[in-house]
Design a protein around this ligand. Structure first.
Ligand SMILES: *[C@@H]1O[C@H](CO)[C@@H](O)[C@H](O)[C@H]1NC(C)=O
Ligand SMILES: *[C@@H]1O[C@H](CO)[C@@H](O)[C@H](O)[C@H]1NC(C)=O
Ligand SMILES: *[C@@H]1O[C@H](CO)[C@@H](O)[C@H](O)[C@H]1NC(C)=O
Length: 268
């Protein structure tokens, strides 16, 4: 028996002893004092009191089972709430041989993968009315009864894609610098915005999955292990739900007024 087992065994023995002592005490010496025989009038009162408490308890139980169990992370309404499902996922190390399809020097294939991670979408009047901040109508003819939203996961992924593209100015013509080397202020503001948006989201969701270390016998060094288990929302499910309601046209100068699409002139 090792030390741990011994300790567990001892704890078990002690609790057995305690139980024995209690049992002995209850059954023998203290029976009179623990359960005094009530006189009859008092006894009826106890029964009534007991009855009332039981009825209250039963009512409480019924109410408790009928009330929806509130998820504290879902205090703010989103029409996608009903689509949330969880799964455990082993993250890729995204390094060396352990790469994902989203990685690598940009090509048409991974560009398409990234593009397929976000979309704007339309929701109904009823869903819109439940939003913390209600939104505007979709500005496409025939869809004026629908309302336009984005989801922040998509905005964050879009922002991350913008940052990814900024590393390859030749391919995407999106650089922080003009060809003459001076700062492209407009693009810089966009990248700065994206970095901070992603920072806020990471802090907001505060992923507490644990990174661990393993001694590398061959190179005699500590190696952080990046293949971590995570509890994840099923992204594909949320994306499929959103893509079924996808809105692909957006023009910031269009607005629905009296049920009609109105286009405002662009500043020149
Ligand atoms: C969003 O909704 C909140 C609460 O109803 C309100 O205080 C806030 O002003 C709204 N924001 C905008 C930009 O309308
Ligand atoms: C690249 O983007 C700039 C604006 O950021 C634009 O003036 C220029 O025409 C673009 N060049 C190409 C080849 O698309
Ligand atoms: C660099 O190019 C940009 C865009 O063409 C221009 O606005 C800026 O004045 C140029 N700066 C210099 C120092 O030439």
């Amino acid at each position: 028996m090792n030390a741990d087992e011994e300790r567990t065994q001892r704890r078990y023995d002690t609790s057995l002893d305690d139980a024995n002592v209690e049992q002995a005490g209850l059954l023998e010496d203290h029976e009179e004092t623990l359960y005094p025989k009530p006189n009859n009038g008092c006894f009826t009162k106890y029964i009534i009191l007991l009855f009332i408490t039981n009825v209250l308890l039963l009512l409480g139980l019924i109410l408790a089972t009928q009330a929806p169990c509130k998820d504290p992370t879902q205090a703010i309404y989103s029409p996608a709430q009903s689509e949330i499902e969880y799964e455990t996922v082993m993250f890729s190390g995204s390094f060396g041989d352990d790469l994902t399809e989203y990685q690598g020097w940009p090509n048409d294939y991974n560009d398409q993968l990234w593009r397929d991670t976000y979309s704007a979408l339309h929701i109904s009047d009823e869903e819109n009315s439940k939003l913390y901040n209600t939104t505007e109508r979709v500005t496409i003819e025939g869809m004026e009864d629908q309302f336009l939203i984005g989801m922040d996961v998509f905005h964050q992924l879009h922002c991350l894609n913008v940052l990814r593209k900024s590393f390859y100015p030749e391919r995407y013509n999106m650089s922080m610098y003009w060809p003459n080397g001076t700062l492209h202020h407009f693009n810089w503001v966009h990248y700065d915005h994206c970095i901070d948006l992603i920072r806020q989201s990471i802090m907001c969701h505060a992923d507490i999955s644990t990174l661990w270390f393993k001694w590398d016998e061959e190179h005699h060094r500590m190696k952080p292990q990046l293949n971590m288990m995570h509890t994840c929302r099923k992204f594909e499910k949320l994306r499929d739900w959103a893509f079924e309601r996808s809105v692909t046209e957006f023009d910031e100068k269009k607005h629905i007024e009296n049920g009609r699409v109105v286009t405002y002139p662009r500043p020149v």
